[in-house]
Design a protein around this ligand. Structure first.
Ligand code: BEZ
Length: 210
């Protein structure tokens, strides 16, 4: 069965371009982004890993550790990483997991046989410091992911974990957020000193709490 939000992200041990790791130990108290790509030395994957490397400071600011996975062997990852650095003007220094025996792919249901019997699709999982799965998305091989969107989602996940708010469509860091339905308007006014705008009894906005 595939993983569901709130499940513990399965642990694994693996060889990576940054050495052997135990996934949960590697994450420690950080958030994690674990994402699979179909294969090394492919064009879309090259841009995805390059973009992730270029956003290093953004992930670090949010206390997020990133790992990429494919079923290619370690030597292939090492050679391809040089190409990524060269063509995308970046320095990939997050682990590329060599999942030759498909341990991670199977644990995370990253192989979708009707898309490909052998390669992982573009799965992406965001894991909280409690090791629970907070978000999963799946893209086909033909569509590269938007890593700025991944950062936006992390901003939402981290804020909504701390405050009784949710984020509206297309929300970006710094914009007004929504008071969750479980909080009455009376309590919201006390909870959110920056103010509460009531559009409908069920649609209430407040400035971002922090
Ligand atoms: C790519 O990363 O470019 C790619 C991989 C598999 C199928 C199509 C594109």
């Amino acid at each position: 069965m595939s993983l569901r939000l709130g499940d513990i992200a399965p642990n694994f041990q693996a060889s990576t371009t940054e050495g052997d790791i135990d996934f949960h130990e590697y994450l420690g108290s950080s958030w994690g982004v674990l994402f699979s790509h179909p294969a090394d030395y492919t064009p879309v994957c090259t841009t995805e890993l390059g973009k992730t490397a270029l956003l290093k400071q953004e992930f670090a600011k949010r206390n997020v550790k990133v790992l990429a996975v494919s079923v290619d062997p370690l030597e292939k990852h090492i050679g391809w990483k040089k190409d990524i650095n060269e063509t995308q003007s970046c320095e990939v220094d997050f682990p590329l997991v060599a999942d030759e025996n498909k341990t991670v792919a199977n644990l995370y249901d990253m192989i979708h046989p009707n898309a490909s019997e052998t390669f992982t699709v573009r799965s992406l999982f965001i894991i909280g410091p409690d090791k629970k799965l907070k978000l999963s998305i799946t893209y086909p091989a033909s569509t590269g992911r938007n890593f700025v969107e991944v950062l936006r989602v992390i901003d939402s996940l981290q804020m909504t974990a701390k405050h009784s708010v949710a984020t509206p469509a297309d929300w970006k860091h710094g914009e007004d957020v929504i008071v969750v339905p479980a909080v009455s308007t009376e309590d919201a006014i006390k909870k959110f000193p920056k103010g509460v705008k009531v559009v409908k009894p069920y649609l209430r906005y407040t400035p971002q709490p922090e």
